[in-house]
Design a protein around this ligand. Structure first.
Ligand SMILES: *[C@@H]1O[C@H](CO)[C@@H](O)[C@H](O)[C@H]1NC(C)=O
Length: 64
């Protein structure tokens, strides 16, 4: 489907400092992993973009 906005996603082992509860198309959400966790790119922070089909990625962090 296509939507023009994104709801706040489910965070796994991560948190965000954004206060927004919904995001417009092309809005960016920055997240950071909890201590001891990292994203699939090996970074402790990341950002995702709200696109036509929802978030570009999910804010998920894995145990190091
Ligand atoms: C969102 O980004 C796409 C790709 O850069 C662009 O084509 C589009 O116009 C942008 N839409 C809005 C609402 O900013």
């Amino acid at each position: 489907g296509s939507h023009m906005s994104c709801d706040i996603p489910v965070f796994m082992n991560a948190r965000t400092k954004n206060d927004f509860t919904w995001f417009k198309l092309n809005d960016t959400l920055d997240y950071e992993c909890h201590d001891g966790y990292e994203s699939n790119t090996g970074s402790t922070t990341g950002s995702i973009v709200c696109g036509y089909n929802g978030w570009s990625d999910l804010p998920i962090c894995y145990e190091r």
